[in-house]
Design a protein around this ligand. Structure first.
Ligand code: EPU
Length: 338
């Protein structure tokens, strides 16, 4: 039986560790429990679905119903000579799912090791790291439409994946609850070690024979050395997206700031690392009372303990303003501000 709790603190349900309360809270462990929970929804009551709470910034108490997704289970649903189709329920921890795949020698998600959050939240923002995005291994997902309470299967195309984007952050925002995700993984791995420090880390680790476990270990090592552990310092990973600008604008900036990094994209566009822009604007490692900008990765804003959501939001505004005035580039938050 599901139980609605009232006036619940969300501090332990968001990786930023922000204190905010929700008027009502219910956790669901099965689809029938989710349907029961939706029946308890009051007229026009706002709904906030929480997975791992690793991509939200709470700036106020929530006057609605929080639905905590605790759907669990991973199953092999199909295989052929080369591929394996794995369905995971949305409430599984993303990293535990990755480890499960590695143990079974199912390849494709090893570069996405140690990303906080749940499986169901992963396609919402097309999580990515070290050269791989979830869209590269995605087969389909099932989601319940809140209004009709009907289940719909979404193909990759229907999810409209982009860089840290999907239809669930745009046109269908707040309309569906993702209940499961099916991945198409490989029996024979295709190693992807070209991004950043992966190869260098593998060499340092003395890895002579490449495996998906070795890549996962290297990614875990890099993440642990650069990114704050949300269990110790509150954070939601990258706070902003890396901006994409026109090649002409990039060339103009390059003349003024010769060391500006840039990665060529399609159609005369260049992606510029937000971390570099924020560091150059002088924010790296800065602390303001309970909050700050991380010392190793300035794209990550942190809460040292009792930071307030609004203070972090204001810090983000100040960073945006200073990057805009120094470089003429608009930074867009990646985190959902609530
Ligand atoms: N950089 C600096 N100063 C720093 C750190 C980085 O100037 O202190 C510059 C360097 O030029 C560096 C570049 O930023 O080459 C890129 O840095 P990094 O490889 O750390 O990646 P990122 O672009 O900052 C993105 C993702 C991360 C993901 C990493 C690795 C976004 C918004 N973030 O960060 O994802 O882990 O690549 O693939 O795309 C997240 O989304 O929450 C997240 C952590």
């Amino acid at each position: 039986m599901i139980k609605v709790e009232e006036n619940v603190s969300l501090k332990s349900y968001n990786t930023f560790g922000i204190e905010a309360k929700t008027a009502r809270f219910v956790a669901f462990k099965s689809i029938p429990e989710l349907l029961d929970a939706l029946k308890l929804r009051q007229a026009n009551e706002s709904i906030l679905v929480l997975g791992g709470g690793s991509n939200i910034l709470l700036t106020q108490d929530f006057d609605g119903l929080v639905l905590k997704n605790e759907l669990k289970g991973i199953e092999l649903i199909r295989e052929d000579d080369e591929h394996i189709w794995i369905k995971s329920m949305a409430g599984e921890s993303w990293h535990q799912f990755v480890l499960h795949c590695i143990e079974n020698n199912w390849a494709g998600v090893e570069n996405l090791s140690l990303i906080p959050g749940t499986v169901g939240a992963a396609p919402m923002q097309n999580i990515g790291a070290y050269g791989i995005e979830i869209k590269d291994v995605f087969e389909s997902l099932e989601a319940l439409e809140i209004e009709s309470q009907k289940t719909k299967t979404f193909t990759s195309e229907e999810c409209a994946f982009g860089y840290r984007e999907s239809i669930f952050k745009t046109d269908l925002k707040g309309k569906y609850i993702i209940t499961s995700v099916t991945f198409k993984l490989k029996k024979e791995p295709e190693f992807n070690t070209s991004y950043g420090a992966i190869q260098e880390t593998l060499d340092q680790m003395g890895v002579s024979e490449l495996s998906i476990k070795a890549i996962s270990d290297a990614v875990i090592h890099i993440r642990q050395s650069k990114l704050p552990d949300p269990a110790k310092i509150g954070n939601a990973g990258s706070f902003f997206k890396n901006p994409t600008i026109d090649t002409l604008d990039y060339e103009g900036l390059k003349a003024e700031f010769p060391s500006i990094p840039g990665y060529k994209q399609a159609e005369n566009k260049v992606k510029v690392p937000a971390a570099w822009l924020i560091e150059q604007a002088g924010w790296k490692g800065k602390t303001f009372g309970e909050i700050g900008v991380h010392k190793n990765q300035p794209l990550v804003l942190v809460n040292y303990g009792n930071g307030k959501g609004n203070d972090i939001k204001n810090l983000a505004f100040e960073i945006q303003a200073s990057v805009a005035s120094k470089f003429g580039i608009e930074l867009t938050p990646e985190v959902n501000i609530i």
